[in-house]
Design a binder for this molecule. Sequence first.
Ligand SMILES: [Zn+2]
Ligand SMILES: [Zn+2]
Length: 385
Amino acid sequence: MTDISDLIQPLVAFRRDIHAHPELGFCEHRTAGRIAEHLRALGLEVHEGIGRTGVVGIMRNGTSGRSIGLRADMDALPIHEQTNLPYASTTPGTFHGCGHDGHVAMLLGAAQHLNRSRNFDGTVHFFFQPAEEGQGGAREMVREGLFERFPCDRVFALHNWPDLPAGTIATRPGPIMGAADKFEIRLEGRGGHAAIPQDTPDAIFAAAALVQQLNAIVSRRIAPTASAVLSITQIHGGHTHNVIPDLVTVSGTVRTFDPAVQDRIEASIREIAAGVALAGELTATVDYQRYYPATINDAQAAQEALDAAATVGVAQLAPDPAFTSEDFAFMLQACKGAYIWLGQGKPEGATPLHNPHYDFNDDVLGLGIRLHVALVEQHLALSLQ
Ligand SMILES: [Zn+2]
Ligand SMILES: [Zn+2]
């Protein structure tokens, strides 16, 4: 068993310091500075400013050409913390409500341990990414050539998971987190008198037909064995009783796991909007935005993660993906790897992520460090020389 007991207490203090000084996406200047300082103190090669505020540390050992990437996210959320903890946020309205403070501490702990044990042959890349919460910090790092500059055979990320008990580590091959898309459809006509419908294309009438038909996409165009959600969440149009408005907008969200299903839904929305507009003598404009793709684990990497997890805790094959989304998806599009849930629930229950009373459970800090170390020692095993 990897002995990291001496590392825990200082890392808990470090984690709580990050917690007390949270920073929003792409503004993680203090956090990134502390991370870079920590990595330099270990003697690692450090690169800053990747994806704006991202930090990369490189640790080499031995002679093999094998390499592995480990990611921690650094950003906090725009939530007002209500924990009353002694180390609560000192920045009103900004809060580590997703446990990224814990992710940073665990990855730094792994760097500390690997730096002294050196029980691997190859290169470890430590990726500290900005702006996971909706702004695509991982996408920025990948766009700036993350995997060209720091090539990896595998990339892994841990996320603390309150729904699983502390000590349990879960992942699955294939989809683990959903893709999140949003759409807005503008139905435009001329507008006119409500009493002269024969001369006025009716955007309200067309919007009603559009809502009906969009809601049939999942049931009629997607296989019953696939999963998808399409929800229409806004309709805007009209301002008085005797005018047919010239514009109605219909907006909503789509959640999927399979890119082929996602493509089919987007194409269907465009076809139906065009058809409804044609029938109603209107024009339709569709703005469809895919902000996070589905997070898809490589099957072999997911098995490697479960194998490593079994050496440090209770490894569990997750039966289902979650419909929430995660921008580590962009790293997995560029490099084979897996996203892993680190259980952090307590016997009395756990506060969910993004709740103002949430706090990272420091009891799992050691397990997260050991899991990172096990992933490295397994993938870059000395015996494979
Ligand atoms: Zn989050
Ligand atoms: Zn998170």
